[in-house]
Ligand binder design. Sequence first.
Ligand code: SAM
Length: 243
Amino acid sequence: VNLVTGKAPSATQGDDMAMVRARRAFLSRRYYQPLAAALAEVASAAEPHVIADFGCGEGYYLGELMGGPQLSGVAAYGTDISKPAIAAAAKAYPAAQFAVADTNRLIPLAGAVVDVGICVFAPRNPAEFARVIAPGGRLLVAIPAQAHLADLRERFGLLGIERDKATKITAQLGGFTLASTRNVSHTARLDGAALRDLIAMTPNARHMDAGTSAQLADVRVTNAEFEFEILEFIRYTKGNEIS
Ligand SMILES: C[S@@+](CC[C@H](N)C(=O)[O-])C[C@H]1O[C@@H](n2cnc3c(N)ncnc32)[C@H](O)[C@@H]1O
């Protein structure tokens, strides 16, 4: 369902069909499986009944969480502002509920119903996260760390990674306490198609000049370095921090 009401969001918000296809193609080759596994481990420690993915894209992480042994049977919800992303997610993961929704405006869930919320490389709305995540519940925010794609960023002039992102996010998330941080890093050998999908699924796709595109088209195989950080936050209970 599409629950974005009022003025249509600008065309640059949310992934378009080409980005969704590239993301599905890249993720289905399991290059980011170590991140999904780490998210599943942190999430399952909270023994959730309800999980939600804010900015879920085509549903890969929710699918991985629900598909694993620890979290099978949990109620799962995914929201994203991109219509093609939600259509792809709903088709691939019929056991979960998906809605087109703008995180910056309203997450279409009742208050305090989510035990574990995840937000993977997607926009955050601290007030909405604090409203829908139950007291004592978790919010797992995944962000790229400094070494993420460092070599490829230099080679192809890709967009940079914001410094001190974890500190900024922690400061923004009123109502939550940072409980743990986990670094996930690995390297992989990508063929040309995987490299092009990796770049096409990010905003780099919108900033690429013809020269770089031609250079990319010639790549047959390359190494890639992946580094992520998972920030685990706990929702305060009634104004008191949980120790
Ligand atoms: C980098 S992608 C990450 C997608 C997914 N979490 C993943 O890692 O595969 C960012 C996602 O945020 C979504 N997005 C952008 N602005 C949004 C908003 N205001 N509300 C909800 N989703 C948004 C995009 O459509 C896109 O699917």
